[in-house]
Design a protein around this ligand. Structure first.
Ligand code: MF3
Ligand code: CO
Ligand code: CO
Length: 290
């Protein structure tokens, strides 16, 4: 049972878990106190069935686009060929590639190879080879709704550290998703991601964040992949947002190349990323691009 007065931060939690209070129920208790003091629950974001159905369809298409890419990927293809596959597949399904001409971005997807963190621009000069780590990020606009997802692919046989960074990035996304609760906080997500990345000796890129999405590509809330649990914006039912952690094998520092888009690790070590678009309901979270 919960005592009337809270334990100190470093005392054992009241729930009997054996964990320190600060590691266990402290944040839940703070949240409960906040809700008690202001018993009016924040209003969920009203969403029509039409909006939800529109997001489901565009996210289904974004997912199908990645599946199509995955089936065709092999050593020897150029990233420009991947761009063409994505471009044509998207148009063939009645949608528009969201990245094309987005703030001047010139292509229909992003292809980020090895030390490229994100926003790699497809090019006929870039040939994918055995041993590479390639992220393909696709976003489509279907009937006005945006669906955004990416995956990192291991090309043929890869070095153990290449497989490891991809695995850690995937786990970071999954843990980030698991941290999403209606009426929880955006900071819970980054906290879960950062803890796992650091425990694995990897670092978390801070310059790029997940984002609200819907009838616009990028909107509120920003979703950092680092932070403190219980901090940041309240997560409300009706929200749509992405989680898309970029996890580095070396240091977190990133720089942008002269094309003004391509973000690379400063130390030249590998970076991996996975992204899903999510919907928060009254009872939980739905991964729309899974
Ligand atoms: N799809 C990316 C994201 O996850 C954004 C790419 S914007 C571009 O938010 F202009 F670089 F393509
Ligand atoms: Co995104
Ligand atoms: Co994306």
């Amino acid at each position: 049972m919960k005592p009337d007065s809270a334990p100190n931060r470093n005392d054992p939690c009241w729930c009997g878990s054996g964990e320190k209070y600060k590691k266990c129920h402290l944040n839940y208790d703070i949240e409960e106190q906040l809700l008690n003091r202001n018993p009016q629950r924040p209003q969920p974001i009203p969403r029509t069935q039409e909006f939800l159905a529109g997001m489901r369809s565009s996210c289904d298409l974004a997912k199908a686009t990645l599946t199509m890419v995955e089936q065709r990927l092999r050593p020897g293809v150029t990233t420009e060929e991947i761009n063409r596959w994505v471009h044509e597949f998207t148009l063939d399904h009645g949608a528009i590639p969201a990245t094309l001409n987005y703030h001047g971005y010139p292509k229909s997807c992003c292809t980020s190879l090895n030390e490229v963190v994100c926003h790699g621009i497809p090019s006929p000069e870039v040939v994918v080879k055995e041993g590479d780590l390639l992220n393909v990020d696709v976003t489509c606009i279907l009937n006005g709704y945006f669906g955004d997802t990416n995956k990192s692919y291991l090309i043929g046989e890869v070095a153990p550290e290449t497989a490891r960074i991809a695995q850690v990035a995937k786990e970071c996304l999954d843990l980030g998703i698991a941290a999403v609760r209606p009426y929880g906080h955006i900071g819970d997500i980054g906290f879960a991601i950062q803890n796992h990345a650091h425990a694995q000796g990897c670092s978390v890129v801070e310059q790029f964040v997940g984002h609200g999405i819907g009838k616009k590509f990028h909107e509120e809330p920003q979703v950092p992949h680092f932070g403190r649990s219980g901090s940041g914006t309240l997560i409300l039912p009706g929200m749509f947002f992405t989680i898309e952690p970029m996890i580095n094998l070396g240091r977190k520092a990133v720089k942008i190349l002269g094309d003004n888009w391509t973000a690379v690790t400063v130390d030249g070590k590998l970076s991996a990323q996975y992204e899903h678009t999510l919907y928060v309901s009254e009872t939980g979270v739905e991964v729309l691009t899974a």
